[in-house]
Every structure is written in structure tokens, then in C-alpha cells.
Design a protein around this ligand. Sequence first.
Ligand SMILES: [Zn+2]
Length: 138
Amino acid sequence: MEEKIKMPLVIQGDDGIRPAGNPNECFYCRQKIGQEHKEDCAVVTKEVIMEYSIQIPIRVPYHWDEENMNFHKNGSSWCANNAIREVWDFIKKLKKDGDCLCDAFSASYVETSDPNPRIPENEKSQNALRESGLTNKI
Ligand SMILES: [Zn+2]
């Protein structure tokens, strides 16, 4: 028999409780405070690895060939953290022109790194509520 997945509880101050909705229930799955969010609720997440691909123009020494460029970014002491600044500088340039990164970006799913349903921001309160024994009795 398959074990039932333990979903995060709806708690006071929960991400799923929206100003436009009932203050005692999740706006998305309609579960009440103290009950588990439903499996298809919008605020319950799992962690996945996505591969991001971004094509941006950067300046390199004039004489570099493809091998030089690939070695510089993949095999040298260059730190990939610098890529974030390069991407950010490109985004700023695009914004100036009223554009965005969407045409230069693609993403693809690699794998699920944490399949457990979670609302990371709520976990401290989640555990306290489960330990209090007040769950599912509302
Ligand atoms: Zn919910």
C-alpha cells in the first residue's frame, strides 16, 4: 500500500491565505487552518533542478578563438559568479531599450532534487502546529 503524502498544514499567516479570501482558509485549495493543503495547491512546492541557457553578448580579447573562449569560461580560474554580473549588465542594457531577457533565455527540467511537498517559509510554524496535536481537528 502506498503511504499517504504528508502535505504542509495551512497555518495562520500562511502564503495561501490571501487578503481577498477567507482569513481561515487557503485561497487556492480551500483547506482550513490546521488541515493539510491539497496536493494540487499552488503554494505547496517541490525543489527541482532546471538548466538555464542564456545567450548574451560579451566582450572578449580580439584574438580569441572558440577554444580560448570555452577554456576561459569552463577551465580557467574565471569564477562563474562573474556570469551573473554579465547577465545583469545585459538585462540593464535591454531594459534601457524597453526590452527583456525572454528572447535570449530558455530553460529545461533536469531532475527533482527534493520531491517532498513543502512551503519552506512556513516550516517552523508547521512543526509547532503538528506537535501541538491541533491538526485536522478544526
Ligand atoms: Zn492550499
